[in-house]
Design a binder for this molecule. Structure first.
Ligand SMILES: NC(=O)C1=CN([C@@H]2O[C@H](COP(=O)(O)OP(=O)(O)OC[C@H]3O[C@@H](n4cnc5c(N)ncnc54)[C@H](OP(=O)(O)O)[C@@H]3O)[C@@H](O)[C@H]2O)C=CC1
Ligand SMILES: O=C(O)/C=C\C(=O)CC(=O)O
Length: 354
């Protein structure tokens, strides 16, 4: 067996259809007294339920989380933390809310208790992203890793089917890329394959019945595994392209992942054949190239397939390629301008990878 390094990311996880009811006890186990609940404006009613459940520990709500964590939002939320003298942050929502909690924790050292309602997987990682002056910067900081995660599939029942699909593809992207990323290893490869399998099966079941708790459980379990792979193995070309395109041109994160993933896999296929085999096997499509199997999965679930359909302008593709190439992540195949520009064109048009 090859020599490798595996780093565990210590997060306490409570998983199950009634897991949400443990919120107060879990906050108690963290030894905190004043909990500020973060959410987006539309999740405020759920956040109020959290404050009520936390009883004397629930001191307030900050409900202005937005995607890509703009610096101005962080400043306003920091003010709420100071005003309420919070000593803990509950992040209740998707990756946008969890991302805001991470930015606050990096500055304050406060512990995060995350209750995810999408499949972004952010709750399992110490990776953070902050957007300033139209540019998204990402980094890693141990303080950004939540101390506790409560996964309750019943909280994801209201996640619309179309968002569930692209969010699930975002999770699959973590695992797919983790199979060839620089810090990948055999332990993470096991999680990656199982994560892709669980998520793909869960999404297919959701396609039959979006209210199925069994399907929602499979998706959330897949999101957890895929998030752990992202945390441990790191990122490569695909994630870099998504951060460039979504962060710099203000496109929706998960949709961008879903569209670019098959094209990034096609770019890397020749340099990472074993990873491609594992992805195709996890999708139950061993005779089809992984890139096409991913494209077909997304298409069969009605996901948007072209960057032009989610607001990208063709005139911005050259700049997107320039930004992605300027500060590349490590990648198994060398990053070269013509290949990346061609990849972005294919993703812009939504062509099935050849
Ligand atoms: N650092 C990391 O490891 C990672 C970070 N991310 C970051 O996370 C962000 C994207 O996360 P993502 O989860 O896709 O985006 P959001 O958190 O913005 O959620 C996506 C959509 O789902 C809706 N939604 C969430 N929960 C519910 C619910 N329970 N019921 C109904 N609708 C719901 C949101 O609605 P509403 O806005 O109304 O709440 C929103 O429209 C990006 O900024 C990305 O960079 C993503 C993956 C990993
Ligand atoms: O692209 C992803 O899904 C993973 C990481 C990030 O989004 C980084 C971040 O902005 O938090």
């Amino acid at each position: 067996m090859q020599t490798f390094i595996y780093t565990a990311h210590p997060v306490r996880v409570v998983f199950g259809t009634d897991a949400w009811s443990t919120l107060k006890d879990e906050a108690g186990l963290l030894g905190v007294r004043k909990v500020l609940v973060l959410c987006t404006p539309r999740q405020r009613a759920l956040a109020q339920q959290a404050v009520d459940a936390l009883a004397e520990r629930g001191v307030g709500i900050y409900d202005q989380a937005v995607m890509h964590v703009p610096v101005a939002t962080i400043r306003n939320a920091q003010e709420a933390v100071r005003r309420e003298r919070a000593d803990c942050i509950v992040a209740l929502g998707g990756g946008s809310t969890i991302g805001l909690a991470k930015a606050l924790a990096i500055e304050s050292g406060l512990p995060i208790l995350a209750v995810p309602s999408t499949y972004s997987g952010s709750e399992m990682t110490s990776i953070y992203g902050i957007t300033e002056d139209g540019l998204k910067k990402t980094g890693k900081d141990a303080r950004a890793l939540p101390r506790t995660v409560i996964y309750d599939p019943s909280l994801t029942l209201k996640l619309p089917f179309d968002i569930s699909v692209v969010s699930g593809m975002n999770a699959i992207a973590h695992a797919a890329e983790g199979l060839y990323a620089q810090e990948g290893n055999p332990v993470l490869a096991l999680m990656a394959e199982e994560g892709v399998r669980a998520m793909a099966n869960g999404l297919r079941q959701l396609g039959q019945n979006a209210n199925s708790l069994a399907a929602r459980s499979a998706c959330l379990y897949g999101a957890w595994l895929c998030g752990m792979v992202l945390a441990g193995a790191g990122m490569a070309l695909h994630h870099k392209l998504c951060h460039t395109v979504a962060g710099s041109f203000d496109l929706p994160h998960a949709q961008t992942h879903s569209i670019i993933l098959p094209h990034a896999m096609a770019y890397n296929a020749s340099a990472a054949p074993e990873a491609m085999q594992r992805i195709a096997r996890a999708l139950g499509q061993e005779t089809v190239p992984a890139a096409r199997a991913l494209y077909d999965l997304a298409q069969s679930l009605g996901a948007p397939m072209a960057l032009q359909d989610i607001g990208m302008r063709e005139s911005d593709l050259d700049r997107a390629a320039d930004i992605a190439i300027a500060t590349p992540y490590w990648n198994p195949r060398p990053i070269e301008h013509h290949g990346i520009r061609t990849l972005l064109q294919a993703a812009f048009e939504g062509r099935r990878p050849t």
